[in-house]
Design a protein around this ligand. Structure first.
Ligand SMILES: Cc1cc2nc3c(=O)[nH]c(=O)nc-3n(C[C@H](O)[C@H](O)[C@H](O)COP(=O)(O)OP(=O)(O)OC[C@H]3O[C@@H](n4cnc5c(N)ncnc54)[C@H](O)[C@@H]3O)c2cc1C
Length: 379
């Protein structure tokens, strides 16, 4: 519940993707904060290449590898979402719990970062799909991003949050009340700007880059499980069912590729790859008669899309930088961006770390030169 007092602090969160909204809620529900989210794009908007969150699957299948911080964020997020996805829960309609199998032929064994998943086990050789040498299966969920994001937005607003639509050119614009609706003198800024971190003045983090993902949505309500295949040659295919009866399929991930619409040649590549790992995508009637081909999947296509999830060399940026807000005062800016293909599955975990950084910065009250805290400057 939102708690206000004389000591209530004004925090501006920049960004209304899954990361910005989850972080704003986490801060708001801690109590003692009045949160405002400012963003160019919100969940209620049509899909755009400038907003990655609308395009996600989104399933929870950690790919944390040896990154211990990422493992903890993913696990913490799973624990919250697992409860949220429970049958009879308040937002059950955002989620589809199902069985997932991760197939690999690249020598990677994900047991260390996936073994907490319910019913986790490795699969036997006779369960492998073509191209796989090993596999692991467990229960997880997909969430349906457009509905889930709007649920986050509604939760933030009903908790008393404020939203402002604006495209910031420089982070200082959020510090001085220069944008109508933002507090005149916020106590802190939290930047959850995804790929925007590369361009937003004052941040301009060139370690942030897009990994373009091209995907297709098929209407295949008979498919209720998901599969991924990661191959030694770097190719990667995935298919995941949503609560809507749609199945998101994909297999293209290209770093530093800014092409903003689906490439035609990508369509057949994806369809062939996912049909190989899941022939059950073809309608049951066709499968009863013959071996399906990708032509049998074409009539099922309801949408093709591509998005630019924000990757970052060095992983998610979670740290604090102090900016001069006036000749006399400094303001902490907490960063939480660069979630690559994991923004949903690490959202609550990274939001908690951002909250800790915020509390630490506000408690210290002045710049601290220890690791992770830097000095910034406004023009
Ligand atoms: C095909 C596909 C499948 C995916 N599947 C999964 C999955 O299964 N699981 C998973 O966890 N993740 C998945 N992802 C990744 C996920 O989509 C991203 O990690 C996540 O959306 C990143 O969220 P974000 O909030 O950081 O960025 P965004 O959603 O891009 O939001 C950025 C926000 O910042 C705002 N902003 C930026 N710059 C400015 C500015 N200058 N002024 C004002 N506002 C600004 C934007 O308007 C927006 O509101 C997938 C992605 C794709 C493309």
């Amino acid at each position: 519940m939102h708690r206000e007092s004389k000591a209530t602090k004004d925090v501006v969160v920049i960004g209304a993707g899954v990361v910005g909204l989850s972080t704003a809620i986490r801060i708001q529900e801690e109590g003692g904060y009045r949160a405002t989210v400012v963003a160019e794009t919100f969940p209620t908007d049509p899909k755009t290449i400038r907003y990655a969150s609308h395009w996600a699957g989104a399933h929870h299948v950690s790919a944390a590898f040896d990154d211990k911080r990422q493992r903890e964020m993913d696990k913490g997020t799973f624990e919250i979402m697992w409860k949220d996805s429970a049958h009879g829960g308040p937002i059950q309609g955002c989620f589809l719990r199902h069985n997932h199998t991760e197939f690999r032929s690249d020598g990677v064994d994900p047991t260390e970062w996936l073994d907490y998943m319910p019913e986790f086990r490795s699969v036997s050789n006779n369960e492998l799909v073509p191209g796989a040498t090993r596999g692991w299966t467990f229960t997880t969920f997909t969430l349906y991003p457009p509905v889930y994001l709007n649920w986050l937005l509604g939760r933030f607003l009903t908790n008393g949050g404020t939203i402002v639509r604006a495209q910031l050119q420089h982070i200082s614009q959020a510090m001085h009340g220069g944008i109508s609706g933002l507090p005149q003198r916020p106590d802190a800024i939290v930047a959850c700007v995804g790929l925007g971190a590369r361009f937003l003045g004052g941040i301009e983090d060139k370690e942030v880059y897009p990994v373009r993902g091209q995907s297709i949505v098929l209407k295949a309500p008979w498919v209720k499980y998901s599969r991924t295949l990661s191959c030694a040659d770097g190719s990667y295919f995935y298919m995941m069912p949503r609560v809507t009866g749609d199945v998101l399929v994909g297999g293209i991930k290209s770093a530093n590729d800014w092409f903003p619409i689906p490439r035609k040649e990508g369509r057949d590549y994806i369809l062939a790859g996912v049909l190989a790992i899941c022939p059950e995508l073809a309608p049951p009637k066709i499968r009863a008669e013959r071996v399906p081909t990708i032509d049998d999947l074409r009539p099922l296509i309801v949408e093709e899309g591509c998005a630019l999830p924000p990757s970052r060399n060095g992983g998610i940026r979670l740290e604090t930088e102090w900016f001069k807000a006036s000749p006399q005062s400094k303001i902490p800016v907490v960063y939480n961006y660069g979630h690559a293909g994991m923004g949903f599955q690490s959202s609550w975990g990274s939001a908690s770390i951002a909250l800790d950084l915020l509390e630490e910065a506000l408690a210290s009250g002045e710049p601290n030169t220890s690791k992770g805290t830097k000095q910034g400057a406004c023009p």
